[in-house]
Structure formats: C-alpha cells, structure tokens
Design a protein around this ligand. Sequence first.
Ligand SMILES: [Zn+2]
Length: 165
Amino acid sequence: MIKFAFPFLLALTALLVSCQKDEVADALTSSRPFPKVDARLWAYFERFEEEGALRGLDIDLVAEGIIGQIEEIAEEHVAGQCTYGSFIDNHIIIDLTFWKSDVSDNTREMVVFHELGHCYLNRGHREDAHPNGACVSVMRSGAGACFDNYREETRKEYLDELFGN
Ligand SMILES: [Zn+2]
C-alpha cells in the first residue's frame, strides 16, 4: 500500500509535469499487451521489466499473471495496493482518483513500482530517510516521516535500491 497527501503532492509535482509532457506521450506505449492488466498500466509494467533486466533480473509479468486494475480505493489517500497469497494471483489496484489527478509520470511510475515491489519482489515497507529527510526507498509506506524525492535525477538510485535489495 502507498499513501499520499494529494494536495502536497500536486504542489510538489506541478513543475515537473509541465516540462515532461512531450516525453510522457511517447513513453506511455508498450511493445506487447499484458492481458490481465488495465492498458493504462502496460507501459509501467513493461518499464518495470526493463529496469529489472538492466539490473540482471529476468522478469516476465505476463507469465507471472499479476492482475493490474485502476479502481476507486475506499480508504483516503491510498494511491495503490497489492493483494497477494499462495492460492491467488497477485493483484494490484491503483486508485482511480490518484490516477486521474494531475501527477507526473514519475509519480505514477513510483506508485506502480511500489506495488510491484510488494506483489512481484515480495518486498515489505522501508521507512529509512537520507540525512536530508528524503526517503531511501520507493517502498516507503507514506506513514513514516520521510518525503518522496523520486524524479529524473534520483530515479536510477531509487531503482537500484528497489531491485537490488
Ligand atoms: Zn506499500
């Protein structure tokens, strides 16, 4: 699960969005379908595979059968959740209100990757902060004290942490 205070997030990301729109249009396609996943999430699922491959992990989310949906999550400020278990297909839900809000592509990626961190990498939460207070991991819960700092300049470091742990 990943929580956000949406108004703060919007303020934080407003600048990023305006200079990223062109790239986003291209980046939102995927080279193949993920049949059990909402098509709006395909590009992020594919990027997760690609970023894993860059770090030596052979990830096939189609074969894995993880379900991905965009729906309203009743609990306030929850942007995504992962349900997993031995006898069910792991299942990610991204909150529709979050998805429709004016957040950056990086923020959407961070939320999807966080849930895949639970649902594929079997990771739990990590709340550690750098000395400046920024979260060390995208696997922060949102209930801790650290702040998000996931953006172009820090993305590689966060993804190294996500896949390398
Ligand atoms: Zn979580």
